[in-house]
Design a protein around this ligand. Sequence first.
Ligand SMILES: [Zn+2]
Length: 432
Amino acid sequence: MAVEAHRPADLQDKLLKLIEERRDELVELTRELIRFPTINPPGEAYQPCAEYIGRRLKAKGFEVEYVHAAGTPGDDARYPRINVVARREGGSPGPCVHFNSHIDVVQTGSGWTMDPFAAIVKDGKVFGRGACDMKGGMAASIIAVEALIDSHADFPGALEISGTVDEESGGYGGVHYLAERGWFSPPRVDHVIIPEPLNVDRVCIGHRGVWWTEIETRGRMAHGSMPFLGDCAIRHMHAFIERLERDLYPRLAERRTEMPVVPTGARHATLNINSIHGGQAEGAGYPAPCVADSCRVVLDRRLLIEEDMDGAKDEIRQLLEQLAKDRDGFRYSMRDIFEVRATMTDRDGPVARSTAAAIRRVLGRQPEFICSPGTYDQKHIDRIGKLRDCIAYGPGILDLAHQPDEYVVIDDMVNSAKVMALAAAALVFRTA
Ligand SMILES: [Zn+2]
């Protein structure tokens, strides 16, 4: 009997029907989540948002835990970093499928034609800050998991939902903190889907790496009317940037990756000169005549999976060393700010394969496998949690993230909830 009821086709039909019936509930849940103004920084309304999610899931039979990431950046009495993790055990042992969403959103910025936290529904879309990135995705994953539980309460394994904080600022009070404490490692968790906005028919299997560094050139202060008595740090920096233009940029543009990164411009190694500061502080009033004794530049280097971190650092260091030989008075220092290795899971691994099959079933088209140009919380799950079977898949339209009048299309949310439910079912029942 039990085996009969779990025939994949029957289970799939039941799930699809159930989710279709819960379309309005999915929209309402998305609106409720948007109404919490979880702006980061500073980390507004994290606790009430986490508790809202926890209350809902507790009522559905989940075991709910709140994890306070005490002492992480920005955490204080006014803005506590509160994460919620909910787990529902099935009827027998088996794998655990985890859906992880960040609950923080970026600041609203200008250009909105409506209240960003009113969660207005119009033209088949839900509008609001976080609608696309990524409360629509979170709501879809909750509806998906609840549908699976309601249709097959005795499913094998376990299902987890987490709402984590601070993704937009590096994830240190969120997934990073939890991963360090074993929340994202086997045997607790086996497969992870992160419903980031990467479009309803695409499976994101990884992201490029990143290295941020600050480089300072030093000079000697003197009166601006007699610059020959000093040594201008800004001119030294200019010489360095010229070397980047001449030697490094052409080399980076030649490097091409096998990673399916979108947009395709990001299939090359890239370098952004993030900021530059030299001489007197900005806004210090009328400038005093001085020769700059310091100039600092911040570089944002994005790495392909074929590149190695030390190689990328050496490449820059060699340009600086060469200048120290070629150029009179050239002195510099280099400070690492942040680094993350590129990551890419196997497109034939269980979570990618089952999600792709579900997209084919729900949308009737071939899914696209992609990688993200920037990083997201997968880096912590892979590197710290040592869990490789992780993808990002969600309903939002990538280009709308962080924009004014951000929205999520209701049909996309419903379809992605169906895809997530079918994928999770295939993973726990091992029919993938
Ligand atoms: Zn996001």
